[in-house]
Structure formats: C-alpha cells, structure tokens
Design a protein around this ligand. Sequence first.
Ligand SMILES: [Fe+2]
Ligand SMILES: [Fe+2]
Length: 188
Amino acid sequence: MNKMLETILISTIMILLMVATALSFMMGLSHPVPWILLALLIITIALAKKMTGRHFLKWNDSYSVGVVVLDDDHKRLINLINQLQTAALYHTSDQYEKECFDALIDYTKTHFQREEQLLEENGYPGLEAHKKQHQAMIDQVGNMVAEYQQNADVTIEKTISYLKKWLIKHINGTDKEYSGFLNERNVK
Ligand SMILES: [Fe+2]
Ligand SMILES: [Fe+2]
C-alpha cells in the first residue's frame, strides 16, 4: 500500500477509536464496550508502531567492522537515513526533506573520505576497488537527487530504499573485508 495512504488510514482509525473509546466511557465503567474499544485502541497503536518500525533501519552489532570510528560513522549514517525516512513517511516540509538529504550526502562523503584515508595510511590492497564502489554510490545518489527535483514523492522513496539496501550490503560485504587487515595493524 502507498505509504501516504497507509499513514492516513492508520491515523484515521486511531482517531476514530480514541473518540469512540472516550465517548463510550459515558456508558459507565461497568459496561464492557468501553473496555473492548480501549483494548482495540491499544492493539491498533501496537500494530501501527510495528508497521512504522519496519520502514526504519536498526543498528545490529553483527554490522561491526571492528573499528570504532568507522562503526560510529555507519551508525550515524543509519540515523541519517532514518531521519530522511521520517521526513518522507510523515510528509514534513520540502525544506526539511532537503535538509535531511543534504545532511546524509555530506556525512556519506565525510565517512567515505575517513574510511579511504584509513585504508590508504595502512596500505590496504583493495583500496582502489573500494573507492570505485563509493564513487558509484555517490554518482547514483547524485542522479536520484536530480530526479528528486522532477518528482519528489516517487524519488524520495526510491532513494531511501536504494540507500538502505546499499548501506547494509556495503557494510556487511566490502567494508567487512578490511576488518581483519586493519585489526592486524592495531586499528580498532
Ligand atoms: Fe566503504
Ligand atoms: Fe563504510
């Protein structure tokens, strides 16, 4: 289901249930209806939380590359993607969406530079191939940002979906390949 429709539908159901529950308590505390409605409201809130939660990335210790400063960067990138997801999900202002995009792109570049510098300083043999992956990602996001100017709603979802998949795949694949190499050189 379209995320906007999903948000509107869930919000409407919750508001209706809240009003109905509040009004039903006028029947008296001994009446079963208000308690049934209250239970339905609690279940709806829990389901809404679960449905919303699945759109967000969550850091998992298995993503660790064994280097604290790089893990911290990856955690920050996950937070920035989630921030952009929040902006898209709740249809915040275009200005806020743009700020989230800019913050994510800026920090992605900062992280790539830090990671590449650390690999270069330690003479990592796979550096050039790794750099190419980073550059391909920056180029892809650049294209998506250009598309975003044409069709914001479609592009933002497409971009977030790409970023979520790319980041987790890159951390768990290409980034983890340097873990042992750096740890052996006391970079932790
Ligand atoms: Fe990387
Ligand atoms: Fe990385």
